[in-house]
Design a protein around this ligand. Structure first.
Ligand SMILES: Cc1cc2nc3c(=O)[nH]c(=O)nc-3n(C[C@H](O)[C@H](O)[C@H](O)COP(=O)(O)O)c2cc1C
Length: 272
């Protein structure tokens, strides 16, 4: 089976695929200039897809999940720097949600975008658990509070801080999941050192893409910390064997609109 499929009639032999191949395994055939991968080099491919993505005439297909290949329309993705700046700067953590659930199809659309996030060695180790049922979200928030109770009078860095959160929770204020209807966990293989970074990047993509779909998000640091060590919560999540939670994010339909951009620390850059 050919590793790359090339429409030989339309290939111009420009060789850009050779240049773009992260593993350096594509070469041009001697006479035809048609790109090829020698069988002995196939195992060096990590399926980044740059060969097909950068092909100017879109005539090369990496022979892997071929039906998923997307050719970009020529005018797509031309967002002005000003629009990108405003879009990213107006991203805010949302802590007030309406009770209206986010349709599952919409959640899948945003998660599908996060599939394209960068990952070390194109490992794509991130998978998702969506806690869709608001009652289950509340249960997880409750378990996080239970975990916090174990931290009091220990040398855990949060031990001085948790009594305040526990007291608020006991007064009926959801300081853990902020009344969000849904909770997202990015989970990763237990023994993969780079996967926690991959998960953060994938969650960041979700965080950034979500507002374009009208979804509000907030990183769920307390839940994430509890999920890393508190067994009753881990049991509740019941992740597939060999996988652990990397981080969590609450989300739902925002109750309020953002009208301004808050001030931030000035930029600090060192040049060498
Ligand atoms: C790793 C991480 C964990 C966070 N955990 C929580 C959390 O548990 N609860 C919460 O209300 N906000 C949480 N936040 C949101 C931050 O408080 C928020 O990003 C920060 O105040 C800046 O506000 P902005 O996101 O609107 O710019 C977290 C943010 C990050 C990046």
């Amino acid at each position: 089976m050919a590793h790359i499929i090339v429409d030989e009639d339309r290939c111009t032999g420009c060789g850009l695929c050779v240049k773009m191949c992260s593993s350096g395994i594509i070469s041009l055939a001697d006479e035809s200039n048609i790109p090829q991968v020698q069988d002995e080099n196939v195992s060096h491919c990590f399926y980044c897809g740059h060969c097909e993505a950068f092909c100017p005439s879109q005539v090369l297909i990496l022979n892997f999940l071929t039906d998923e290949k997307i050719t970009l329309p020529s005018d797509v993705g031309n967002i002005s720097p000003e629009d990108v700046a405003f879009y990213l700067k107006k991203r805010r953590s949302v802590r007030h949600f309406s009770e209206e659930p986010v349709p599952k199809e919409k959640i899948l659309e945003v998660l599908d975008i996060a599939r394209y996030a960068a990952s070390g060695g194109n490992g794509q180790p991130v998978q998702w658990l969506v806690i869709y049922d608001p009652e289950e979200v509340k249960k997880i928030a409750g378990l996080t509070i239970e975990w916090m109770k174990h931290l009091i009078n220990t040398d855990h860095p949060m031990s001085g801080y948790v009594p305040m959160l526990i007291s608020a929770w006991e007064q009926g204020i959801d300081v853990i999941c902020r009344g969000a209807p849904h909770l997202l966990f990015a989970h990763i293989p237990e023994n993969n050192q780079i996967a926690p970074i991959d998960a953060t990047i994938a969650l960041t993509h979700f965080d950034i893409a979500a507002p374009a779909f009208g979804i509000g998000t907030c990183w769920a640091g307390f839940v994430a910390a509890a999920a890393m060590s508190y067994e009753p919560l881990q049991k509740e999540l019941d992740l597939p064997a060999g996988r652990k939670s990397a981080y969590a994010m609450m989300f739902g339909n925002p109750q309020y609109k953002v009208y301004g951009i808050p001030r931030r620390k000035p930029l600090e850059v060192t040049w060498k």
